[in-house]
Write a protein that binds this ligand. Sequence first.
Ligand code: ATP
Length: 362
Amino acid sequence: MANIRFESVRKVFGKVVAANDVSLEIKDGEFMVLLGPSGCGKTTLLRCLAGLERVDGGRVFIGERDVTDLPPRDRKIAMVFQSYAVFPHLTVFDNIAFGLKMQNRPRDEIKRRVEESARLLELSELLGRYPAQLSGGQRQRVAVARAIVMQAAVLLMDEPLSNLDALLRLQMRAELKRLHQEIKATTIYVTHDQVEALSLGDRIAVMQNGRIVQCDAPMRIYDYPANKFVGGFIGTPPMNFLPGIVRVNGNGATVIVGESHIAPAPAIAPALAAKNGQPILLGIRPENLALAPSQQANTIRARVRVIEPLGSHKLLTVQVGNEISKVSVAPDEHVALNDEVWLHFDPEKIRWMDAATGEAIR
Ligand code: ATP
């Protein structure tokens, strides 16, 4: 069993609290992504698990073992880093075999395991080459093969794709997903790329300022961000936010956004009614806004400022009052620059946030 447990892990560098009482449990065989902007503490958390940093507080468990005070080599973890650092003077075979040789494994076992890892990473034809004779993507595959050949129950990856060009990243992303389905090692994967996180993770832990602000399945995080930060970090383009005020009248709660009255979905109406008179944020994703032919229920007036044809869809930048929003429409939608349009909100798709705290209202 290689489930992983962080219990109130704290790591401080001078005045910076890089991990602020982080508690997180990762199930055996799970693919967990740590996602967040630069400096939020993702790598620090990974390094605390690997034993490359000493924690200042809390405990770290792998399976039932408390590994908090164990040196890295006793934690039975394999790692792949952004700078994949393959040895230039060793062939692909010897690069992959390196860790096993250090363990003085028998020669035939090394050969068998290297060949198996090479097969999984589609490197079988390249075992005799040197890193200088490989493409960037192939070199990164060698780094991954070198980690998985150790058959560690826990695999840590820190931005492993960020040195690759866009097309290769896409390809390697799918390969890593397939690989995980085959080897099923408990995996923690650090990235600041939200698309990578959505694509790969069984769950995503979103970090901000040394804390985990939300941990859930990718589509839960996408559809129900816990706060404005998460909604604004995930999605390209991110969630739109428009300011409004809650008003309760005989019919229950409505939200006044500019000159429009938006009726919240029935399930959320009581929670909104409790905020009568308070400023609030209406959060909506670009694909959940539609152009309406005229003013009607749950619409708001906007002016088209930019039109970007993106092949599968058209991205509109629109001005709503003083705010800018993004709207994704069909590629053949008829719309012209500076048109005044009506945007329709599906109340079920609106995520309401407290304007003062940014926290989702549920
Ligand atoms: P990135 O995506 O840029 O790698 P990250 O989320 O992985 O960012 P960390 O590398 O964990 O972030 O850093 C968290 C915070 O701790 C940052 O403010 C960073 O400057 C600080 N920090 C990390 N390592 C050290 C160190 N060895 N000495 C001092 N400060 C550090």
